[in-house]
Design a protein. Structure first.
Length: 294
């Protein structure tokens, strides 16, 4: 994989396929390997760009504390490095915060955003405690290894992807992982969501109930968003629900070319294409359908 020499760090990145570029952003402790299935499946339709955040995977540790603003700047500089004028962004979990900050800071560089199990702020006690505990486990080596195993096991769909995720995280810098976790608690752009004019695809698991509040918060705050819930999916969509995620991304990007049809009708058409047997003409809630627009 090539390396991008940016100010203050060296990022490991990979480009797969050709077409409209989509840059994928991973959450703390995971690496670009979290998008293994996106590289494999979406590269037939798009130029898939994955990279390791500073201090994660094969990217160099950061010379300064990580922040959402710094990571968003890295995305822009990565595009500069590889000569891409505009791209879509896809952020998974906390990677969604980096995505939103990038759209706010550099709107002219992006075509739109895809937020997967993401948020504009973290306010519920349950998830704040989990993030706080994760950050405090990044210091001692033994606890850091337990944290890696827990998070990679939670995201893996089989033993092979578990080994792939775990081995890619072995070089992670504990300081950078902790700072990324801390930023999850500290960051909020909810009050600025209305300033994002890009089309946004919001994708959440129907069983990821603690994140439903963030799904609706984003949907109500973003002027041009489409919200879908994946039936029976939890938080870890990119690997455990890869096929549905990738089909939804493909159909949504294609639908943006249709400027003459109301967005709600396009979203409904996408849901029916993905679930012709289950969905049909039924417009029931996402709890009853495989993929449903809200």
């Amino acid at each position: 994989m090539p390396f991008a020499h940016l100010k203050g760090t060296i990022l490991n990145y990979e480009i797969s396929g050709t077409g409209i570029p989509i840059v994928f952003i991973h959450p703390p402790l995971l690496t670009s390997e979290a998008f293994f299935y996106q590289k494999k499946q979406l590269s037939h339709h798009f130029q898939v760009i994955t990279f390791d955040i500073r201090g994660h995977g094969s990217s160099q540790a950061s010379e300064r504390p990580l922040s959402m603003e710094l990571m968003a700047r890295d995305v822009r500089m990565l595009l500069d490095e590889i000569g891409i004028e505009q791209a879509y962004l896809c952020g998974y979990s906390t990677g969604g915060m980096v995505l939103l900050e990038a759209l706010l800071a550099y709107p002219e560089r992006f075509l739109g955003g895809i937020v997967v199990s993401g948020m504009s702020e973290l306010t519920d006690v349950y998830n704040k405690i989990r993030v706080w505990m994760a950050c405090n486990m990044t210091g001692p080596v033994m606890l850091m290894n337990l944290l890696k195993k827990a998070i990679t096991n939670g995201n893996a769909d089989n033993p092979a992807t578990y080994r792939q995720l775990y081995e890619s995280s072995l070089k992670d810098s504990s300081d950078d992982v902790c700072m990324y976790f801390r930023q999850t608690i500290a960051y909020s752009c909810t009050h600025r969501l209305r300033n994002i004019k890009h089309p946004i695809l919001l994708m959440f698991g129907s069983k990821d109930r603690s994140f439903h509040r963030y799904a609706h918060l984003l949907h109500s705050g973003l002027p041009h968003s489409s919200l879908y819930f994946l039936k029976d999916a939890k938080h870890q969509i990119p690997i455990k629900n890869a096929a549905k995620m990738n089909d939804l991304i493909r159909l949504w990007v294609e639908s943006l070319e249709n400027q003459h049809t109301e967005r709600g009708l396009l979203d409904l058409a996408i849901a029916r294409k993905l679930n012709p047997a289950m969905y049909g003409e039924d417009t029931r809630s996402s709890e009853e359908n495989g993929i449903s627009p809200d």
